[in-house]
Design a protein around this ligand. Sequence first.
Ligand code: PGA
Length: 314
Amino acid sequence: MEVVIVPDAETGGRFVAEGIARLVGLKPDALLGVATGSTPLPVYRALAALVSGGEADLSRVRIAQLDEYVGLPARHPESYRSVLAREVLEPLGLGPEAFLGPDTTAADLPAACRAYEQALAAAGGVDLQLLGIGGDGHIGFNEPCSSLASRTRIKTLTERTRGDNARFFGGDVEQVPRHVVTQGVGTILEARHVVLLATGAGKAEALAAAVEGPLAARCPASALQLHPHVTVVADEAAASRLDLADYFRHVLAGKPAWQALRPFGPSDGAHGSRARPGDGHGRSGTGSRVSIMSSDRDPSASSKAPTVRKPFFS
Ligand code: PGA
């Protein structure tokens, strides 16, 4: 797990957007897993700026939904489908055909969940999954004590999460649905690269539990410790409870050229060889994840990888 501490949310947004642009430069039809909520908005704004400035071509990208409310019509302005159309598809100039999501209006929701898992697999798997983190440690809508092996399914929101999300419903918690469909923790762990964003002091405790705490379903985000390629991007406030913050800064500041921060790049090269927890080393493929991971142990192997400048905020 690489932890990148940035001064503020906008800097983090630009950092992640530039990384996504690099990935898409190498894999133009990348499948991006996108999150909703406030946290990823600076990423989407920065991506849109790169596209409108002609610095990135995202015209072939596809996006995959992380979670969705149950009980809201698809056209409801706060359905995550609507939010993603507004915040991601439209600003990036993508049409509805670029969108993958579960049909949460289906009569048979478990079948719709299974169908979404199949659709993700048929699309080649998620190349990069963007995540926020709930104040309670959830990722997607996998609330505390979700199975760490879970797949896309129906979940019940905690009252804390409903309260947190009431701001999107005019402050009226009663308008926030109680049920959702979310990619499972196990589903999320199959993305080739996971980027967890955390901003603001309200996320500090959850982020510390996710990054430094024990692996435990109590904090579903801690399951990311099992993934071979995770980049955590946190602003100073969200990073304020990390015991190892100085170490993470020291690692970034001191990276030798052969170990330059290169969190974003081509994924595994071949569709279908999706990441599984624990298999980060020794897998075939030419992607940056392999290069980064092997560079930790074998400088000569990674010397073939292009040297990348240090992060712009250092
Ligand atoms: P937020 O939500 O970005 O709106 O804080 C994050 C989450 O609940 O995952």
